[in-house]
Design a protein around this ligand. Structure first.
Ligand code: NAP
Length: 465
């Protein structure tokens, strides 16, 4: 094949890959097309890799083959982790991607110096700084989420000043390198400082805020790859990196907004520390609890039930039992719908993915804005392992850390039932006043086990009628 024809084939494959990446992001934004989105992304990536392997500049395939084998050996087990471990798995992927970008940038610098244009050196510096800090920050984030590192925020006086000074030092040295690329002794500094900055940046952030941080790091890894595209003159990398960078950034904004938090609050707020007094306070108030049989009797006579799933449903892996409950109630003429809060669980779309896995019909899933007006007309709001996203304090208690966060108005339903194991707080570490109002019945137990008991009680009651 002539080199020119190969070049055309590569370019054409890259255009197709880019189109597939764009379509993939588009399709991933709705549950009904999400599977198609994943497939489009996979085909696009396969096409991009295959086309790159045709590149005439490749001297030997040996090391590429070794890289593919090592990548597959690490990547396949990573793809098999349980759903609840997906945030830390994603952090590890960002760490590897960012490390690759930083290493390519380093290799390019030493290969080309001192014949590097100011523009290439600027792109290379951005690539190396973002790649290095994303590498260590992502490893820290994964460690905190996996609980191999302490989750609690570690803070000290002057922390933000130290961190920002380090970053400023790296940027100043990078500017010096852009002006004088031949000063090779400076280059290691723009690798080492960001590596250190990545560690220090994540130390003051609580484990519970890690999903938002990971999405921000996703954006940095994407921008680093886009900068690498400018260095390597690869249009594919520029577009793919920019898509990754911007979608990660938009996701971080959506997550912060749904928690009514600013980026600064996530990055510097040391959020998620459990209030010491919560357990003590909780014990003094009165709660009403019910057995599975009592709850089943109420559900049976309800006309409409709104299920509100949360992190506890994910932990208990109760989604299949919840689907069975949906089937049983629907068969008895109860109108059952699901109210999905944008930050229920620990990652965006967490509840949608779990309910889709259990084949709950998509049209029964209402997002927050659709669900809230319906609660007032609803006989039972059945909260399954959700906590913060239902806390009415967010609406009126100015002293609450979640004040202003939009919540699901479950307290407006005629009866509220909450399945959870205890009165323990959730992610935000605060008590939930929903548990103490007259219309609330606490159904204490593990979500999967309790929904199982509800199903048995409903079946027994059904048989005896
Ligand atoms: P949550 O407020 O964290 O509460 C989850 C509740 O589930 C806990 O109170 C826990 O109570 C219960 N639970 C745990 N294991 C259970 C089990 N096996 N069976 C039954 N219940 C169980 O969860 P949420 O209401 O879903 O709210 C999500 C929180 O995460 C929000 O504060 C949100 O801001 C934050 N967040 C979300 C994202 C995201 O992207 N989704 C990202 C970052 C932060 P017991 O211990 O008493 O059982």
């Amino acid at each position: 094949m002539s080199p020119q024809l190969t070049e055309y084939i590569i370019e054409f494959a890259y255009i197709c890959a880019v189109a597939l990446f764009v379509l993939s992001l588009r399709w991933l934004s709705a549950p009904s097309t999400a599977r198609r989105g994943v497939l489009a992304g996979e085909i696009g990536m396969g096409l991009a890799i295959a086309a790159t392997l045709l590149y005439h500049g490749i001297v030997s395939y040996q090391w590429i083959a070794v890289g593919l084998v090592v990548g597959a050996v690490v990547g396949i087990p990573l793809g098999m982790v349980p759903m609840t471990a997906v945030p830390q798995r994603t952090a590890l992927s960002h760490a590897f991607g960012a490390l690759a970008a930083a290493m390519v940038g380093t290799a390019e610098y030493y290969l080309d110096t001192p014949n590097i244009s100011h523009f290439t050196m600027s792109a290379l510096s951005i690539e190396v700084i973002l790649g290095s800090l994303t590498f260590t920050a992502s490893l820290m984030a994964a460690g905190k989420l996996q609980e191999v590192l302490p989750q609690r925020p570690i803070t000290y006086k002057g922390q933000n000043f130290v961190n920002l000074s380090l970053l400023a030092a790296a940027v100043l040295i990078a500017i010096r390198l852009v002006l004088h690329p031949g000063e090779t002794y400076l280059f290691p500094v723009i690798v080492v400082i960001p590596l250190l900055f990545g560690l220090l940046m994540v130390i003051p952030i609580g484990g519970a805020d890690m999903p938002t941080v990971i999405s921000l790091l996703n954006s940095y890894a994407g921008l680093s790859a886009a900068a690498m595209g400018f260095v390597l003159k690869s249009k594919l990398l520029i577009v793919a990196g920019a898509l990754d960078g911007s979608s990660g950034f938009i996701l971080s904004i959506i997550m912060s907004r749904a928690m009514n938090r600013s980026f600064t609050n996530v990055l510097f707020g040391a959020f998620g520390q459990v209030q010491e007094s919560v357990a003590a306070q909780a014990e003094q108030k009165i709660v009403r609890s019910a057995t599975a049989e009592e709850a089943a009797a109420i559900l049976e006579v309800a006309n409409s039930v709104m299920v509100v799933p949360g992190y506890g449903m994910a932990v208990a892996q109760a989604q299949h039992r919840v689907r069975e409950l949906y089937d049983v109630l629907t068969k008895r003429g109860v109108d059952v719908k699901f109210a999905i809060h944008p930050v229920a669980g620990r990652m965006p779309g967490h509840m949608n993915v779990l309910l889709a896995e259990a084949d709950v019909p998509y049209d029964k899933l209402l997002d927050m804005d659709e669900a809230n007006p319906e609660f007032a007309e609803c006989d039972v709001a059945l909260v399954i392992g959700a906590n913060d996203v239902t806390n009415p304090a967010a609406r009126h208690d100015r002293s609450s850390p979640i004040y202003g966060m939009p919540i699901l108005d479950v307290d407006k339903a005629r009866t509220v039932m909450v399945i959870k194991r205890s009165l323990s707080p959730g992610f935000a570490g605060i008590d939930n006043e929903l548990y103490y109002i007259d219309k609330t019945l606490m159904l204490f137990g593990d979500a999967k086990a309790f929904v199982g008991s509800l199903l048995r009680a409903l079946t027994t009651a059904g048989n005896s009628h």
